[in-house]
Ligand binder design. Structure first.
Ligand code: KG4
Ligand code: ZN
Length: 368
């Protein structure tokens, strides 16, 4: 029989993330309590290949997902019948991994008659800032807000108008920013994934040592491009020879690369903020999300920009910037609260833009 407290329990959603190389499983309730949070990184399996191998990723998700779900339920002391819904990333991402997560979620939803939430991975990144801020009214993050989304597959500036409502202001014309970091790291012999390694080396490097291009700086619009920067770095590394792979030049190259990235991000974000402010007069918040938002140097640069522009800046803690199950569970809760559930025929989508009305940016990101 239901007790007084059990009838008032906030809804709990199971979140499953399998779009790339992390298997994430989390249980989160509508009051922002995390009841379980498990993450299995496949890094060591992909590292020998210098990047994520889709078939290896899918197989690794299959091997571990059921175990993680079982463990999460046990840790939270819940049964499937206690859940209000099951959320899984349905795209964009590597199709094999997406299928593993989505089919698992469908099976649980079908057997236990629970609502299914087929989550857009980018939406999960986009809404994480609303999870991070506490439930107190003064902490709340209301729509609309400006979002700089920088991950391994994406680099976009968007207005988040509401759950499921996005307006893209700009996107990369070639590489995503995380991808550029990963390629820079690879050419410098820093291994995979490259973002954290480049950031670490840059910390002790001289950013003025090498003059690298700042693609799109000062150009109209809010698009990005990183392939020219990557090529310039490659040419510099080739010119320097093996010395480039050792400190101090290695650190100087990383610092110079990162300084160029920061200049581009700030220029593009400043432009987007102007457009955003013109259209949404009372809007005040800039959110940065996605794996690259874990970068402390870029966070500090963006904090200075936000202060200058008189914007409130919200960047989730690093563990919630990179892929995780919590963000999927939270996006599920947001959609569930609005009745935006999916039927069991929902399919996985390798490509799934947040703003389908926007012109596709030519070559936009690997997962756009
Ligand atoms: O959001 P995420 O975990 O996966 C995707 O949705 O793509 O982002 C992963 C990306 C990788 O390219 C990784 O190198 C980058 O985020 N990244 C970083 C840092 N931590 C992760 N890039 C720069 N600095 C970091 N500290
Ligand atoms: Zn991601």
């Amino acid at each position: 029989m239901a007790t007084e407290s059990s009838t008032h329990r906030p809804p709990v959603v199971l979140g499953i993330e399998t779009s790339c190389d992390e298997t994430g499983v989390a249980l989160v309730n509508a009051e922002r309590r995390v009841l379980a949070d498990l993450l299995n990184s496949q890094l060591d399996r992909h590292a020998p290949y210098g990047g994520v191998v889709p078939e290896i990723a899918a197989r690794a998700h299959v091997e571990i997902l059921d175990l993680l779900i079982e463990r999460a339920m046990r840790e939270a002391g819940l049964t499937f019948r206690d859940l209000a819904g099951v959320a899984a990333t349905a795209g964009p991402g590597l199709i094999g991994g997406l299928l593993v997560g989505l089919i698992t979620a469908k099976a649980i939803a079908a057997v236990h008659r629970l609502p299914l939430l087929a989550i857009n991975h980018l939406e999960a990144h986009a809404l994480t800032a609303r999870f991070v801020l506490g439930p107190r009214p003064e902490d709340r993050l209301e729509f609309p807000y400006l979002l700089l989304l920088v991950s391994g597959g994406h680099c976009q500036l968007l207005v988040v108008e509401g759950v499921g409502r996005y307006r893209r202001l700009g996107a990369t014309l070639d590489d995503a920013l995380g991808e550029a970091y990963d390629k820079a790291a690879k050419m410098l012999g820093l291994g995979f994934p490259g973002g954290p390694a480049v950031e670490r080396a840059a910390r002790v490097g001289d950013a003025a040592r090498f003059s690298l291009p700042r693609p799109m700086l000062g150009q109209p619009g809010c698009n990005f491009s990183f392939s020219g920067l990557k090529t310039a770095l490659r040419q510099t590394v080739e010119r320097l020879g093996p010395r480039a792979l050792e400190p101090p030049l290695l650190n100087d190259l990383c610092a110079s690369f990162q300084a160029a990235v920061a200049d581009v991000l700030l220029d593009r974000t400043r432009r987007a903020a102007e457009l955003f402010r013109a259209d949404y007069l009372s809007a005040t918040t800039l959110v940065v999300a996605g794996g690259v938002a874990a970068n402390a140097y870029l966070r500090a640069c963006l904090a200075r920009l936000a202060e200058e522009l008189d914007l409130r800046l919200i960047v989730p803690p690093p563990a919630l910037c990179t892929d995780n199950g919590i963000m999927v569970a939270w996006a599920g809760l947001e959609r569930l609260a609005l009745g935006l559930t999916d039927d069991l025929a929902a399919h996985a989508r390798a490509r799934w833009p947040l703003d389908p009305a926007a012109e596709p940016a030519p070559g936009a990101g690997v997962k756009a």
